[in-house]
Design a protein around this ligand. Structure first.
Ligand SMILES: Nc1ncnc2c1ncn2[C@@H]1O[C@H](COP(=O)(O)OP(=O)(O)OP(=O)(O)O)[C@@H](O)[C@H]1O
Ligand SMILES: [Mg+2]
Length: 274
């Protein structure tokens, strides 16, 4: 090797040896210390820094270490929830709903389980079904349930990663037309391939006279149905109006591989305001 090459040699940090405590502590204390070291290292704390901090804090008992371990695990849990929520916002999921969902999740409480949320969860538990339509009057919690379902699946690692920079997507039906043009092929493909796609407020979009958007919608749903990808559609249309707008082909696919859920009840918005 020439002397000029020597100067270019990359110096890689030595991998840290796995350090374990094996001093004169009781086995319980050794176990508690090692467990703390393990979780703290996952958060990429350096072993020496951890040991230094422990000495500074005067941690001595099993309880000290268990408390610290629980704290680090809680930090991890909250960070994971916030990362998922941030990423979902970037993929179009509305902040208004996500914030409520995230706050409940961080607190470890369940949200208000509306009929919409219960039915969405029941759908997710059914295997082999991929197309959910939540139909009902305004304010019954359809959009919230669709966002919550997606969040719950993502945070529990149930959607995996599809290699396209995102694993689920949310789009208002009124925005579908903007994505369906020839100039947006990549964005359209993202909607076709997303692991879970929420199409919000189907029926609110402008139905062009030539049926061009209807054909694009049909193509999108059919593509996703063929690949067994989860699709959640929220709509104010009842079953008959939905069928007449979406067409026989989509209605047929819902019968075979989906659920058309009709939600009754008064608007939660009005109840909140009242
Ligand atoms: N499970 C829930 N927990 C807390 N708040 C909820 C829940 N479900 C719905 N809400 C709240 O109720 C209101 C109405 O919910 P949402 O927007 O989901 O209704 P919607 O059925 O989609 O209505 P629209 O048909 O008008 O779009 C919102 O303010 C929402 O945040
Ligand atoms: Mg809605």
């Amino acid at each position: 090797m020439s002397s000029s090459n020597k100067g270019l040699r990359l110096s890689m940090p030595e991998p840290e040896p796995d350090r374990v405590f094996d001093d004169a502590d009781s086995p319980e204390l050794t176990r508690a210390k090692n467990e703390y070291l393990r979780v703290a290292k996952v958060r990429r704390f350096n072993t020496d820094a951890i040991l230094e901090q422990l000495a500074y804090e005067g941690c001595l008992t099993v309880e000290d270490f268990e408390k610290k371990t629980a704290w680090v695990k809680e930090q991890d849990r909250v960070e994971n929830i916030e990362t998922v929520a941030r990423s979902m916002r970037d993929r179009g999921f509305p902040r208004r709903h996500l914030d409520t969902i995230v706050a409940a999740f961080i607190e470890g409480k369940d949200q208000q389980v509306t009929d919409a949320l219960a039915k969405a969860r029941a759908f997710a538990a059914e295997t082999g079904r991929c197309l959910l339509v939540l139909s009902g009057g305004t304010g019954v919690g359809k959009t919230h349930a669709a966002v919550s379902l997606t969040f719950e699946l993502e945070v529990n690692g149930r959607l995996g990663y599809n290699g396209l920079g995102g694993i689920s997507h949310f789009i208002a039906a009124t925005d579908l037309a903007k994505r369906a043009g020839f100039d947006h092929e990549a964005q359209w493909r993202e909607l076709e391939q997303s692991r879970l796609l929420v199409i919000d407020d189907y029926g609110a979009e402008f139905a062009d006279g030539k049926g061009w958007l209807a054909a694009a919608f049909d193509g999108l749903i059919n593509h996703r149905y063929a690949d067994c990808r989860l699709t959640v559609i929220t709509t104010n249309l009842d079953a008959a109006a939905f069928k007449s707008r979406a067409g026989e082909r989509i209605a047929d696919r819902i019968v075979e591989a989906g659920r058309f859920v009709v939600l009754a009840g008064e608007s939660l918005r009005r109840r909140k305001a009242g």
